[in-house]
Design a protein around this ligand. Structure first.
Ligand SMILES: Cc1cc2nc3c(=O)[nH]c(=O)nc-3n(C[C@H](O)[C@H](O)[C@H](O)COP(=O)(O)O)c2cc1C
Length: 342
C-alpha cells in the first residue's frame, strides 16, 4: 500500500494530531500545588523519560491550559502512571467540566506535591527547567523520589484507551513476582554460577512464571547445569531490600560430585567450600546471610527454615531430615503423578 506524504505546514492540525496518535503511549496524571495552596493536575500522555543520570523526565503542557502559570512557576510536580483500571481517573483530570475536575482534584493524595494514589508508578520531581516549545511548554523534572507497583498499564492509541490483554500477561511473566533457586550442596560445597562477563557469582535460580511448577522448574534448572538433583526442602523465603520479587531457595543435595564446568552459553559453574567464603562472592544481603547460615548450620548439624519478616526475619529449627509424606501421614495418602514433583 502506497502512502502519500503530507506537508505538515499546509495540512489541517487535526490530521497532524491524528498521525501522532498512532504512537501508542501510557497515560499519566501530572499534579502540583499552586502558591495559594490549591491543587492543579492534568492528564498527560506526553510523558517521556529523558535521562537516567541525573534522573530526568518531561511532560508537555499546552499553553492554553488554565494551569500554565501554576505549573511553570511551581517548584515541583508529580507524575503518576495510570493502571488499566484508571480510565475514570484519566477522564477526571482531563475533564473540561469544572465539577468533574474538582472531584478528581479532591481525590489527590497529599505529599510534598499532590499525586494520584495506587498507580503503577509515581515520581515526585523538582522543576529542572521549563522549555518553550510551540503551543506547549516542556516541563523538565528532576525525579527526587519514586514508587512503583505491579499491574497492567492504561494505554492510549489513536484517541482511545487501550488495554493489553494477553500481551501484558506474557510481559508480567517476565517480571514474575517469584524467583525459585537452589542451595545445591555436595560434600560440604555449594554450587554457584557466574554469567559471562559478570563479576558476581549467583545461586542457581530462575523466575517462576505463572502456572509453572516450582519443582519442575528447579529440576530443569539443575539439569541445565548438568546436575542431577531434586529439591528437598524450602530453606529460605525472602525479599531483598529494594527488590520486588520474593525469592524461594530450596536446599538440595546433588546426587554426584559436581565438577567445575563452563556451559554452552558461557556460564561458569563451580562449587565452593566454607574456606572460599562463597557468601562474599554473591550479591544481595539476604542471599549472603543465607549462604553463611548454611555453612554454620551444616557444621552444627542443625538446619532451619528462614522466612523474612518486617522485624528482620525468623528461623524455625528443623528436627531431622525431610520425610516422604506417606511416612509422616500414612492415613492420608497422596497419589504421586508424573507431573507432580515437589
Ligand atoms: C489521554 C490524554 C492525554 C493528554 N495528554 C496531554 C498532554 O500531554 N499535555 C496537555 O497539555 N494536555 C493533555 N491532555 C489534555 C488535558 O488533560 C486537558 O486539557 C486538561 O483539562 C488540561 O488541564 P487544565 O484544564 O488545567 O488546562 C490529555 C488528555 C487525555 C485524555
Amino acid at each position: 500500500m502506497t502512502q502519500d506524504w503530507v506537508e505538515s505546514s499546509k495540512c489541517d492540525r487535526r490530521l497532524f494530531r491524528d498521525m501522532l496518535g498512532s504512537f501508542m503511549t501510557g497515560v499519566t496524571v501530572v499534579a502540583t500545588r499552586a502558591a495559594d495552596g490549591s491543587v492543579r493536575a492534568f492528564t498527560a500522555n506526553s510523558f517521556t523519560s529523558v535521562s537516567l543520570d541525573p534522573p530526568l523526565v518531561l511532560v508537555c503542557l499546552a499553553k492554553s491550559s488554565g494551569s500554565l502559570d501554576v505549573f511553570t512557576q511551581a517548584e515541583g510536580f508529580s507524575v503518576s502512571v495510570l493502571g488499566a483500571g484508571q480510565r475514570d481517573v484519566s477522564n477526571g483530570f482531563a475533564a473540561r467540566d469544572p465539577a468533574v475536575k474538582a472531584a478528581a482534584l479532591a481525590r489527590l493524595a497529599d505529599g510534598p506535591v499532590p499525586y494520584v494514589e495506587n498507580c503503577l508508578a509515581t515520581m515526585l520531581c523538582d522543576r529542572e527547567r521549563v522549555i518553550d516549545a510551540g503551543d506547549h511548554v516542556i516541563l523538565l523534572g528532576a525525579v527526587r523520589q519514586f514508587q512503583a507497583a505491579g499491574g497492567q498499564p492504561l494505554g492510549y492509541f489513536r484517541g482511545a484507551y487501550v488495554g493489553f490483554g494477553l500481551a501484558v500477561g506474557e510481559l508480567e511473566q517476565l517480571g514474575a513476582p517469584l524467583v525459585v533457586g537452589g542451595l545445591l550442596e555436595r560434600d560440604g560445597k555449594v554450587v554457584l554460577c557466574r554469567r559471562p562477563g559478570a563479576s558476581d557469582w549467583e545461586l542457581p535460580s530462575r523466575p517462576l512464571a505463572s502456572g509453572e511448577r516450582h519443582g519442575v522448574v528447579l529440576r530443569d534448572l539443575f539439569a541445565r547445569l548438568g546436575i542431577a538433583a531434586e529439591a528437598s526442602l524450602l530453606y529460605s523465603l525472602f525479599q531483598e531490600d529494594g527488590e520486588r520479587r520474593t525469592t524461594m531457595i530450596f536446599s538440595v543435595e546433588a546426587d554426584a560430585e559436581i565438577a567445575p564446568k563452563t556451559l554452552a552459553d558461557g556460564t561458569r559453574v563451580e562449587s565452593f567450600g566454607v574456606e572460599a567464603r562463597p557468601w562474599e562472592m554473591i550479591e544481595g544481603e539476604m542471599k549472603r546471610g543465607m549462604v553463611q547460615r548454611f555453612f554454620r548450620e551444616r557444621e552444627a548439624g542443625c538446619f532451619g527454615i528462614y522466612y523474612d519478616t518486617a522485624e528482620g526475619g525468623r528461623v524455625a529449627a528443623l528436627d531431622g531430615k525431610p520425610r516422604p509424606w506417606a511416612d509422616w501421614h500414612p492415613d492420608f495418602p497422596v497419589k504421586p503423578t508424573a507431573t507432580r514433583i515437589a
